[in-house]
Write a protein that binds this ligand. Structure first.
Ligand code: AMP
Length: 565
């Protein structure tokens, strides 16, 4: 069975990173990171970007979009880079993404000696100035901070050959439209412009039309329903923070108690790490990845088939063509990079009328991809709470009860009667039974795990209004969903209408300089000489510190609580 042939991309599906024309230094980095093959967006975006084409890519987090633009950006860096000014500028909406993207560029570009500098709000400007002065190849920036540095004369954009706008829809939503326009006006006209966005609202499209030249349009996860009958698979997902994933997986597996399961990971390193963790937790897990010899793989498969191993931790490449009768569960340790991959993976269970289970662990940022998968497969994926310690205990007791019942129904228990008889002289028969249940329970289920896994909720889908203007209505009512804990606080900002301040500027400044997202900002009132902004109380101090250290409409402004505490 060749899984590759089943996807829409056909022959291209088997393309390797080397086929994409990447230089050896990059291939070496990808090998080190354990990436086995490009994801669909990488397959489609890398070659044209390497050639210098402008590109408009519709892809969400989880598709591998970062590497899809980062690899060509690095590939296009000239070997000889005597100057200190940046050659590429990557604009991202948040501090978190800024750090993540610059780390990715750093990892991929290590052998090329790529100098990558992240600049984002919230970090002291002097440190960023020093990093820029020391010489840089790629700047990864939030728009507000990039503009600020540009206006101070510290960020030189005259040598920029490639501009990437990542999560462009988020940037517009956060009120960065003007900043983006200003930055795009400052980069040389003869540059490559690449825009990635999960959605393509109309105003983003018109922005692309103004700034991109004859862009190639790429859309991953086209919403084409999958042909054929859907397998009988119960599909569930659990939203968990990255750090809690191994524990969450353990908990879910404990509750599900699969006969045989495959856990899919993205990279070889992840396969090795997770196998070790699961074995440490008492599972019989085996690793399967492309770095292993055929003989090693055969051995692993035999162990799974014979029941010696219960879990197979694998990459897609290694699991291709693999068919295991006994398989009851497929686990996606991450949301797969393409809906087709998901369909292909879960097709391994629910065969021949048997019921299978597909479990997906979702990091909060990747939830959009889950929605895409739901649309493509046409089947709902139920997002459930990771079982709590109490759930697990209840489930374990249930297993013990079932085992005892089975024994009562089928086993010959007579030889134990003397034990019970002698104990009932001294104890009540129920007490004797309780002690026996305790011993049986402990012998079969192992020690109780009492680590609670923090609950994470999915970000609600943003209401999307095509063509909306970025500016938020003045005095807009407090947001429907309040921040963590629901408490808000109003902040006084010493600039208002007379300084040209609009709600979008404030939302942009807050979102660019702090951990808050645009939607966390509540009601905004703009008066003639000042503004009032509602923010989650827990973040008020952060917002004050960050805004005091930056500028609003290019000016330093007073920022304080409306009513001192
Ligand atoms: P992104 O969609 O860019 O946020 O990437 C999601 C995750 O996939 C990141 O953790 C990447 O390190 C990982 N990743 C990206 N491309 C590949 C690939 N070709 N193979 C394995 N993992 C990848």
């Amino acid at each position: 069975m060749s899984g590759a042939a089943e996807t829409a991309a056909g022959a291209e599906e088997t393309a390797t990173f080397a086929d994409l024309g990447l230089r050896p230094e990059l291939l070496a980095a990808l090998g080190r990171l354990g990436y086995e093959e490009p994801t669909p967006i990488q397959r489609e975006a890398v070659p044209p970007m390497v050639e210098g084409r402008d590109l408009l890519g519709q892809a969400a987090t989880g598709t591998g979009k970062t590497a899809a633009y980062a690899l060509p950006v690095l590939q296009r860096l000239p070997d000889d880079r005597p100057g200190g000014d940046p050659l590429a500028l990557v604009l991202v909406p948040t501090r978190e993404l800024c750090i993540q993207v610059s780390e990715a560029l750093h990892r991929y570009g290590r052998d090329l000696g790529a100098r990558v500098v992240p600049v984002y709000g919230g970090q002291p400007i002097p440190r960023q100035l020093r990093a820029l002065e020391a010489g840089v190849d790629v700047v990864v920036a939030t728009p507000g901070r990039a503009l600020d540095l540009l206006q101070r004369g510290s960020l030189h954009l005259g040598g920029i050959a490639t501009v990437v706008l990542d999560e462009a829809d988020e940037m517009l939503d956060m009120g960065f439209a003007e900043d983006l326009e200003a930055l795009l006006d400052e980069v040389p006209e003869q540059r490559q412009t690449v825009l990635f966005s999960a959605t393509m609202p109309r105003r983003l499209d018109s922005m692309a039309r103004r700034h991109l030249r004859d862009p190639l349009r790429i859309q991953v996860a086209r919403e084409v329903p999958v042909e054929g009958e859907a397998p009988r698979v119960r599909q569930t997902a659990f939203v968990v923070a990255r750090a809690a994933k191994p524990a969450a997986l353990g908990r879910v597996l404990d509750v599900e108690s699969p006969t045989a399961a495959i856990v899919f990971c993205r990279t070889r390193d992840e396969v090795d790490d997770l196998t070790e963790t699961l074995n440490g937790r008492g599972y019989r897990a085996e690793a399967l990845h492309g770095g292993m010899s055929q003989e090693q793989r055969d051995r692993v498969m035999n162990r799974l088939r014979s029941g010696t191993a219960e879990l197979l931790v694998a990459t897609d490449v290694a699991a291709r063509g693999l068919d295991v009768e006994q398989l009851t569960h497929v686990v996606n340790y991450d949301v797969p990079a393409a809906a087709e991959t998901y369909v292909h993976r879960i097709g391994r269970v629910g065969r021949a009328g048997r019921e299978g289970v597909a479990i997906t662990l979702v990091e909060p940022r990747a939830h959009r991809m889950l929605k895409t998968i739901e649309r493509v497969t046409g089947a709902p994926i139920h997002v459930e709470r990771v079982p709590t310690v109490a759930d697990l205990r209840a489930r374990r007791l249930e297993l013990t009860r079932a085992a005892l019942r089975e024994s009562l129904l089928g086993d010959d228990l007579e030889r134990f009667r003397t034990v019970v008889d002698s104990l009932t002289d001294e104890f009540d028969v129920v007490e004797v039974a309780l002690a026996a249940v305790k011993l049986a329970h402990e012998a079969t289920t192992g020690p109780d795990d009492d680590e609670e896994i923090p609950e994470v909720t999915l970000r609600p889908e943003r209401p999307r209004r095509d063509g909306d203007r970025g500016d938020r209505g003045q005095g807009r009512s407090p947001r429907g969903r309040s921040g963590p804990g629901g408490d808000t606080e109003r902040l006084f900002i010493g600039a208002g209408r007379s300084a040209g301040v609009r709600p979008g500027d404030l939302v942009g400044a807050i979102a660019g300089e702090t951990e808050l997202r645009g939607r966390d900002v509540g009601a905004i009132e703009i008066a003639e000489r000042f503004s009032l902004v509602e923010v989650p109380a827990a973040a008020a101090e952060d917002v004050i510190t960050a805004l005091r250290g930056s500028t609003v409409k290019g000016r330093k402004v007073t920022v304080r609580r409306e009513r001192p505490r």
